[in-house]
Every structure is written in structure tokens, then in C-alpha cells.
Ligand binder design. Structure first.
Ligand code: FEO
Length: 169
């Protein structure tokens, strides 16, 4: 079983992961309204991935014999100035999540909770990918600049993204 401090911290992270899902869904709604269905698709897949993160933690808390306590999810932003601004927001958000995960690892080490430390290593690696995939789209948007045909091609590319849950482990 996790101690109370660790239990509370993982519960807070479950909220943060669900908020991430909500934020990306809101970005997906923005893109759908802007006539960029591929970007909207990318965000929907990202929202599913965030729910997967939340559920991975949900299952872990139960497995340890601790208690899940779900709390209100903050309302996400609904408008952005441009597609570029959205992806700048994604990267900035993922960098924030990385620091939250790192803080959780530090806490697990302080609390000498080795099982939770090992559990969190998956998220440490996942955050490297999360920042890289956001950074990749952001880079392409910067190259495209104000070129509508470039944005059209990128939108088609992002329309190919499908969320596949990683294999158990
Ligand atoms: Fe759950 Fe995008 O980090």
C-alpha cells in the first residue's frame, strides 16, 4: 500500500492527466471549427492517450490497495490565435506535465516507495515521446509559416494518427 502522501499525489496526477485529455479535446474542437479535420483528429488521439495515462494510474492505485478520489476537472481554454499557438500550448503543457512526473518520482524516492518509483519510470520515458511529438508538429508549423497549401498537407498527415494503446507492461 502507498502511504497517504503518495496516494494523494498520484490522485492529483490522475486529475492532471484527465485535464490533459480535456484540454486536447478542446483543442480538437477548435480545429474542427477552424476547418482542419486532420489536426482535430490528432488532438482526439492525444486526448485518448491522456485518458490511457489516467487509467494506468487508476489501475495502479487500486492494485496497491489504495483509494481513488476523483476531483473536479478545470475548464480548459477554448480559443487560440492560430494553429501554431495551439501547438505551442501543447508543447508548453507537456513540459509542465514532465515536471509534474519528475516531482512524483522525487516524492516516491523521498517516501522510499520503490514500487511507485518503478511504476513512474514508464511515465518518465513517455514524457520524452510526448514532448518530441508535440515539438515535431510545432517545428513543421514554423516551417510552413503562412503557407495555406503547406498547412493543408500537414493537416492530411495529422489526419493519419490513430491512438493504439501500448501493450500491457
Ligand atoms: Fe499524460 Fe501528455 O502526458
Amino acid at each position: 500500500m502507498m502511504n497517504d502522501t503518495m496516494e494523494k499525489a498520484i490522485n492529483e496526477q490522475i486529475n492532471a492527466e484527465i485535464y490533459s485529455s480535456y484540454l486536447y479535446l478542446s483543442m480538437g474542437a477548435y480545429f474542427a471549427a477552424e476547418g482542419l479535420p486532420g489536426c482535430a483528429n490528432w488532438m482526439k488521439a492525444q486526448a485518448q492517450e491522456e485518458l490511457f495515462h489516467a487509467m494506468k494510474m487508476f489501475d495502479y492505485v487500486n492494485e496497491r490497495g489504495n483509494r481513488i478520489l476523483l476531483t473536479p476537472i478545470e475548464q480548459p481554454a477554448t480559443e487560440w490565435a492560430s494553429p501554431l499557438a495551439v501547438f505551442e500550448n501543447v508543447l508548453q503543457h507537456e513540459q509542465k506535465v514532465t515536471s509534474l512526473i519528475n516531482n512524483l518520482v522525487n516524492l516516491a524516492l523521498d517516501e522510499r516507495d520503490h514500487a511507485t518509483n518503478i511504476f513512474l519510470q514508464w511515465f518518465v520515458s513517455e514524457q520524452v515521446e510526448e514532448e518530441a511529438s508535440a515539438g515535431d508538429v510545432l517545428q513543421k508549423l514554423k516551417l510552413i509559416g503562412g503557407d495555406a497549401s503547406g498547412l493543408f498537407v500537414l493537416d492530411q498527415e495529422l489526419g493519419q494518427r490513430i491512438f493504439t494503446p501500448p501493450a500491457a507492461g
